[in-house]
Design a protein around this ligand. Structure first.
Ligand SMILES: Nc1ncnc2c1ncn2[C@@H]1O[C@H](COP(=O)(O)OP(=O)(O)OP(=O)(O)O)[C@@H](O)[C@H]1O
Ligand SMILES: [Mg+2]
Length: 348
């Protein structure tokens, strides 16, 4: 009796799995058909020109994640009892600069420099403290920033100290996997609707230089979007100056294989090329099945062309213009797969 009911439950489970899998397949197929249909009709320019719902300037792309992560920290210290340390160089807790999927960024003060000696600019820095579960991304970020510092990359954020000893509410804590970088007051997302057309060249050249140096260091950025490009100030023309690339939590070593992000991210995370998502055709042919967590999973190989797609979209987002150099390098329009909100745009 017990055996029979167990079997019945199993059969029902298997059946419901089959039905669910079929539904999922139907969903993916209809999504793919829709994508294929719109990608051949290049309707985007008309929609943008008419100022319709498709407005790149007002949409914030979502950063994909493979695993669940706790929400951004409400307090600065993640672990219950972080180890203490002596003679903290840094004092934290002035201002929260940003909260993202992987951690939070705060202003910190350098206790070793007196205000008289250094002036305001060098006395304040930014510290990124990972969210619980975001430590791996933080370690990757430190790895990348260490390499780009060795290469003296002019347009990549400067690492000042890793694993800092920090004074928080009067106590000194050793913050493993956190790091201190230069403080840059603004990011391109904040000025996305107001950046003058004449800034195209300086913005392009700075990001080009930052990306080239990062690629030379052996990494791709993997999450290039306006809010991950910081700058110091604006000049008399209203153009951002002191541009630096930031946020290397999703960076990959060039050639490294990474499991593809789940399909549902495809439409929401508009700034990454199609190659990086499951169920979507890979125009660059850098995908392969690899073992992952005891199963075979569809992976993509980190390739600088993936950043070029995001770069082209970023420039289009800010200036409404495609970048012909990138287009040529990638093998023509459509090489990245459809991009942008609702994935209608053939980039670059
Ligand atoms: N050095 C810095 N100086 C000033 N502001 C910064 C600095 N670093 C980061 N920020 C601010 O904090 C925000 C989040 O930082 P960052 O992108 O590194 O974190 P994240 O958790 O990976 O974010 P997301 O997942 O949203 O991309 C940035 O968009 C920026 O506004
Ligand atoms: Mg970010």
């Amino acid at each position: 009796m017990l055996m029979a009911s167990t079997c019945l439950v199993l059969v029902l489970l298997v059946l419901s799995d089959v039905v669910a899998a079929e539904r999922l397949n139907d969903h993916f197929e209809s999504q793919q058909e829709a994508v294929a249909e719109v990608s051949i009709a290049n309707v985007v320019r008309v929609q943008v020109a008419e100022g319709s719902w498709f407005d790149l300037n007002w949409t914030r792309p979502e950063t994909p994640r493979l695993d669940a992560i706790s929400s951004a920290p409400s307090s600065m210290i993640q672990s219950e009892s972080p180890p203490s340390c002596d003679d903290a160089r840094w004092t934290a807790g002035f201002k929260t600069l940003g909260k993202g999927a992987y951690g939070s960024v705060y202003t910190v003060q350098d206790n070793k420099r007196s205000l008289m000696m250094s002036g305001k600019k060098q006395r304040f820095y930014a510290a990124k403290i990972p969210s619980k579960g975001g430590e791996e991304e933080a370690r990757r970020e430190i790895e990348v920033l260490t390499k780009t510092k060795e290469l003296n990359c002019l347009h990549v954020l400067k690492l000042v100290e890793k694993d800092p000893c920090m004074k928080i509410s009067g106590k000194d804590y050793f913050l493993k996997d956190s790091f201190v970088v230069d403080l840059l007051p603004s990011d391109l997302h904040q000025i996305r609707s107001s950046v003058p057309a004449k800034c195209f060249r300086p913005v392009f050249d700075a990001i080009r230089s930052g990306l080239d140096c990062l690629h030379k260091a052996g990494y791709i950025h993997g999450d290039l979007k306006p809010d991950n490009v910081l700058f110091e100030a604006t000049d008399d023309d209203g153009c951002p100056t002191g541009i630096q690339l930031a946020d290397f939590g999703l960076s990959k070593k060039i050639g490294e294989f990474t499991p593809k992000f789940p399909f549902p991210f495809y439409l929401r995370c508009y700034h990454e090329p199609a190659t990086m998502f499951g169920e979507i055709p890979d125009m660059f042919n850098v995908s392969a099945w690899k073992p992952y967590g005891g199963r075979m999973k569809w992976h993509f190989q980190a390739d600088p062309r993936l950043d070029e797609c995001s770069f082209a979209l970023l420039m289009y987002n800010l200036f409404g213009e495609r970048v012909p150099e990138i287009q040529e390098e990638l093998g023509g329009r459509g090489a990245c797969g459809p991009m942008g909100p609702k994935r209608l745009l053939e980039m670059p």
